[in-house]
Design a protein around this ligand. Structure first.
Ligand code: GLU
Length: 423
């Protein structure tokens, strides 16, 4: 079976060949610039030492410093981090940011460690990668199971190493230490803008639109709240502990309370008194809904279950939730897929705004941030929808083409084989 990276690379190469890109460009974008694997020795609370495998992949920096989150998860491996770094390269280019693509990860299930141990792992990670990151080199951010507090520890460690205040080395940090207002909700809000624009163009009515969301982490929970506020019906949500289903839709107040509680769904009840059914993850993915929003991890809709998806739209809130084979099956079944590199780009867009604010010392209000996010992401979404309609290509191909145009123009501007051969 092909790995996640093999598939991500294959999809990218297919798109580049389809566009007839210069072969220098194809060569440059087919592989990461640097993949670093390290083992971090960390002192445990009981005095023992444990080794944690960790990675940082710097995929491409033609457009600017590498940019991308750091994931803490038990299934993190180099193949996954390379895939995520490739997608970050496309994502930043697609929404016009002057940033490249990178990603990091530590193989750890943070639920099994104390907060003090997680802090030591975070600091050990930064000590190991400090030579290759920096505000002008590579700027990490949160991802699955990492958050503002972890970014804070990492910035502190980095600032000690370089012996100066360096808030712009990481984004997604708490507001008190230079984070941007609106960064926490940015990925969910961006996903909502992209989705709502699509629904409006297709003349869909929110109160008649039923949505199932797989994953109730930062992004899934904020998306559910923005969508419910706009009148869409969230009828199923899930996390690692359970998937819950309510035919009539969950009330906005219950979704907000679930998010605030930070507890597993399995331990929660609706404050409104509403009842719900518990279903399996497979049942959630195959529910009879209008919109299925995978907001958890990669490879959730595969060649195995793509034929059983009953939603009429797939909204990729997670990175890489639909495999290459599943994409083809959904295309044949005429189920549009709103692609990850557009849908979840709100996070890195506001990360970019945070980096700009840190570097200029000029801080913006939450309204300013959200307004700028809306403008930028809707501009990319409209271009994607228009191009997909006029060229009769999938939405994914349309957004990749937009990104690849920027990347190839930049790469070609320093010469290709033809330039050097005087053609
Ligand atoms: N981890 C997020 C992503 O996958 C955000 C990255 C960033 O802000 O740099 O897009």
């Amino acid at each position: 079976m092909n790995s996640t990276f093999d598939n991500a690379q294959k999809r990218l190469i297919q798109m580049m060949e389809g566009l007839n890109l210069n072969k220098d460009v194809i060569a440059r974008l087919s592989v990461p610039n640097r993949s670093m694997t390290i083992n971090l020795p960390v002192r445990m609370d009981d005095g023992s030492t444990e080794m944690f495998e960790a990675h940082r992949v710097q995929y491409n920096d033609t457009l600017g410093p590498y940019k991308g989150g750091i994931r803490f998860h038990q299934n993190v491996d180099l193949d996954e981090v390379k895939s995520l770094a490739l997608w970050m390269t496309i994502k930043c280019a697609a929404v016009g940011l002057p940033l490249g693509g990178g990603k990091g990860g530590v193989t750890i299930d943070p639920r099994n460690y104390s907060l003090k141990e997680v802090e030591r792992v975070s600091r050990a990670y930064i000590r190991a990668v400090s030579d290759i990151i920096g505000p002008d080199r590579d700027v990490p951010a949160p991802d699955v199971n990492t958050n503002g507090m972890i970014m804070g520890w990492m910035i502190d460690e980095y600032s000690h190493i370089v012996r100066k205040h360096q808030p712009a080395v990481m984004t997604g940090k708490p507001v008190g230490i230079g984070g941007s207002l609106g960064r926490d909700s940015a990925t969910g809000l961006g996903a909502f803008f992209v989705f709502d624009l699509w629904m409006k163009r297709n003349k869909k009515i929110p109160s008649e639109t039923r949505i199932a969301i797989q994953g109730f982490g930062n992004v899934g929970s904020f998306f559910s709240i923005f969508a419910a506020k706009a009148g869409y019906k969230i009828i199923a949500i899930s996390d690692v502990s359970a998937a819950i289903y309510r035919k009539e839709g969950f009330a906005l107040s219950d979704l907000t309370a679930f998010q605030k509680s930070r507890k597993n769904l399995i331990d929660l009840k609706c404050e409104s008194g509403a009842t719900y059914e518990t279903i399996s993850n497979k049942e959630l993915l195959e529910l009879d809904v209008d919109v299925l929003a995978p907001a958890a991890l990669e490879n959730q809709i595969t060649s195995e279950n793509a034929k059983d998806i009953r939603a009429s739209l797939v909204l990729e809130i997670a990175n890489g939730p639909v495999t290459l084979e599943a994409d083809e099956i959904l295309e044949k079944r005429k189920i549009p897929v709103l692609p990850d590199v557009l849908v979840n780009s709100g996070g890195v867009i506001v990360s970019y705004y945070e980096w700009v604010q840190n570097r200029t010392g000029d801080y913006w209000t939450e309204d300013q941030v959200n307004h700028k996010l809306k403008e930028r992401i809707e501009d990319a979404a409209s271009a994607c929808y228009n191009h997909s309609t006029s060229s009769d290509k999938t939405l994914r191909t349309a957004i990749y083409e937009r990104a690849l145009k920027r990347l190839s123009d930049a790469i070609e501007s320093t010469g290709t084989q033809e330039t050097f051969n005087g053609k």
